[in-house]
Ligand binder design. Structure first.
Ligand code: NAP
Length: 179
């Protein structure tokens, strides 16, 4: 699976349960890359979407520990373990982890690639993506030229994971006997 994220230079991704910054070209790219695919997100990120509704034209897998939580046109998973079981039958390139911080952190070891947009914007974040330059298994493989839109400079950068954790191995929870 892959993660797709927009980070500021200090790896900030959000504040007060909102995005820090939105660049129209980047949102368009996000849509083009994820339409028709499976997206994985946390319950709090769902709340940031218009109408708090899942993304259209994508299979939405939402993580929540609240047994009473449900969302129309989405599947809810109460653990990383249950989620990984569902996604391991899918082609990895068709599954995108789309946030937020807690979900990125939990699933990053299982991602083979991060499609990152670096945006030069000072937004005083309270949510962060792990600093991939500090993690030895992650290597930057390509970067676009910096671009500018609405006065904001951004670039697309790909990182690859040289030591992907198998989907069977859970980073967070122990497997139950018999599973
Ligand atoms: N820049 C970007 O590209 C980007 C992308 C996405 C989001 N964001 C930002 O990220 C921020 C939200 O991140 P966040 O970390 O606060 O929230 P989050 O990861 O979106 O959602 C957290 C919620 O997900 C559920 N959850 C997380 N781990 C779970 C697990 N192991 N098992 C079951 N449920 C689990 C829990 O829901 P319950 O509380 O219901 O149990 C938890 O409260 C927002 O500011 C958003 O705008 C930025």
């Amino acid at each position: 699976m892959r993660a797709i994220v927009n980070v500021t230079p200090d790896w900030g991704i959000g504040a007060k349960n909102r995005l820090l910054v939105a660049v129209p070209s980047d949102l368009k790219r996000f849509r083009e890359l994820t339409v028709g695919k499976t997206v994985i997100l946390g319950r709090k990120t769902l709340e940031t979407f218009p109408g708090k509704r899942p993304l259209k034209n994508r299979r939405n897998l939402i993580l929540s520990r609240d047994p009473g939580f449900s969302a129309e046109n989405a599947e809810v998973f109460s653990s990383i373990q249950a989620l990984l079981k569902a996604v391991k039958v899918l082609p990895p390139e068709n599954v995108f982890v789309i946030g937020g911080e807690s979900v990125y952190r939990a699933l990053l070891p299982h991602c083979d690639r991060v499609l990152l947009t670096r945006t030069w914007f000072d937004g005083k974040a309270d949510r962060f993506f792990p600093d991939l330059d500090e993690l030895p298994q992650w290597r930057q493989v390509c970067a676009s030229e910096p671009m500018e839109e609405n006065g904001i400079t951004f670039q697309y950068v790909d990182y690859v994971n040289q030591n992907v954790a198998a989907l069977e191995s859970c980073t967070e929870e122990k497997r139950q006997p018999g599973e």
